[in-house]
Design a protein around this ligand. Structure first.
Ligand SMILES: *Cc1c(COP(=O)(O)O)cnc(C)c1O
Length: 450
């Protein structure tokens, strides 16, 4: 059960069917463009949507808003140092600012960044630096405990090959969000570290869900069953050269991010970029009170009871969705349940955007907002021919905001999603009528086929 009780509540909207239909059409059939006041249960993302604890709300009041060297920064820095073991700590306003700054300092045009999977904003920062992003996820036909792992053979081949010297950094995204929210195992981190040492390549963590990754290691690797998630997280950090994180996830904050590094010289170069675009290096675009909230969040998030609740909620929700007829990815992780839209809607080809179709229908059914992680997000339109390069998978993500929705909210979702699954063969395809060249899913305008 939830290891907390509720102290403050917020009413939720209940738009009618007509309102839902009008809203979706007006939003260009893109759920990112739907106003939150037309959403009953919002499972769009677990990013920045957490409920803060009483301790976080009270930490907010002790925020020191001094421009330089605020005490809030000292508290934040000390919590991050204790957790990661990295001395150089730079706050930023959110994860992608960290990516732009750190990857901008590390990568030169023509360089290569190799990852288990670059998150969409990570890939955008790699490409903005003129570098290439290469994803080498494990590819198993059957589920494995550490489905977020990097493919070690592929990494070794790449590093030893002709293009090997272009590899500037290896990025382990923990957990691997794009690949289904699966954890990266300890042995994988160790092996990646060895390969990075062999080839003198920087190993960085995208640690946005470091606590969930650590908890899943305690659950899935018998060697670590008796360790605390915090200790596991520390060991993982100890194997990398540095990290960045969106603190809108496992920071349990509504805004925030960080860069933490060992190398003072790299940190100095990051600070130069930070001060030009984000703010003074002791606040990085955040208010002092945000830093206090995040410091407290980074302590709470490794509580084993909280993490167990989170993993069990995702597991329960996933099995309910499966019983209701939705093909889910297993095993479930912590932050979301992923549904395979291609398996549910075999009548739609990738360019007809099956993941978009499923997500939109779930909104129409119950004003429930989930995320499309299919061709709209990970596919590409060839700039010359307009031909759609499909995404490897057509997934729909039911993200779980931290400490926000109760079991009866999730039961409501299961009921409506099950209704949609029952008429899956009649769902329409979609096509893109307007799009931007990067991160097109945030703003694209779509039309139903036919
Ligand atoms: C959210 C996220 C980011 C980007 O962070 P923002 O705070 O949204 O800018 C980067 N990587 C991963 C794995 C994420 O989940």
């Amino acid at each position: 059960m939830e290891p907390f009780r509720i102290k403050s509540v917020e009413p939720i909207p209940f738009p009618t069917r007509d309102q839902r239909q009008a809203t979706l059409a007006h939003a260009g059939y893109n759920l990112f463009r739907v106003p939150a006041r037309q959403v009953t249960i919002d499972l769009l993302t677990d990013s920045g949507t957490s409920a803060m604890s009483a301790a976080q709300w009270s930490a907010l009041m002790s925020g020191d808003e001094s421009y330089a060297g605020a005490e809030s920064f000292e508290r934040f820095e000390s919590v991050v140092r204790d957790l990661t073991g990295y001395d150089e700590v730079l706050p930023v306003h959110q994860g992608r600012a960290a990516e732009r700054i750190l990857l901008g300092a590390v990568l030169r045009p023509g360089d290569v960044s190799i990852s288990n999977t670059h998150f969409d904003t990570t890939r955008a920062s790699v490409e903005a630096a003129g570098a290439h992003a290469v994803d080498l996820p494990v590819d198993h036909a059957t589920p494995v405990p550490f489905g977020g792992d990097m493919d070690l053979n592929a990494l070794a081949t790449r590093l030893r090959g002709a293009d090997g010297p272009d590899a500037r950094c290896v990025v382990l995204t923990i957990t691997n969000n794009a690949g289904g929210g699966q954890p990266v195992g300890m042995t994988n981190v160790e092996a990646v570290r060895r390969l990075c040492d062999e080839h003198d390549v920087l190993l960085l963590l995208d640690a946005s869900r470091f606590a969930e990754n650590a908890y899943l290691i305690t659950q899935r690797d018998p060697d670590y069953a008796h360790h605390s998630p915090r200790d596991i997280a520390r060991v993982v950090f100890s194997m990398a050269d540095g990290c960045w994180a969106s603190l809108k996830k496992d920071g349990i904050g509504n805004i925030g991010g960080l860069i933490a590094l060992r190398d003072p010289d790299l940190a100095r170069r990051c600070r130069e970029l930070l001060v030009a675009t984000e703010g003074f290096p002791t606040y990085g675009g955040l208010a002092g009170r945000d830093l206090d909230v995040l410091a407290q969040g980074l302590i709470e998030v490794t509580d084993p009871r909280y993490l167990r609740y989170r993993a069990e909620a995702a597991h329960w929700f996933g099995s309910q969705l499966a019983q209701a007829g939705l093909p889910i990815l297993r095993p479930t992780g912590c932050h979301a349940v992923y549904v395979d839209a291609a398996a549910l809607l075999p009548q739609l080809e990738a360019h007809e955007l099956p993941a978009t179709s499923l997500a939109n229908e779930i909104y129409l059914a119950g004003a429930i907002r989930v995320t499309d992680l299919g061709t709209l997000v990970f596919g590409r339109a060839d700039p010359d021919t307009g031909h759609e390069e499909p995404a490897p998978r057509e997934l729909v993500r039911f993200a779980l905001p931290r400490r926000v929705y109760t079991k009866s909210h999730l039961e409501y979702v299961v009921q409506h999603a099950g209704g949609v699954a029952a008429r899956a063969q009649r769902l329409p395809g979609y096509r893109i009528s307007e799009q931007s060249p990067t991160l097109r899913h945030f703003t694209a305008v779509l039309k139903p086929w036919g």
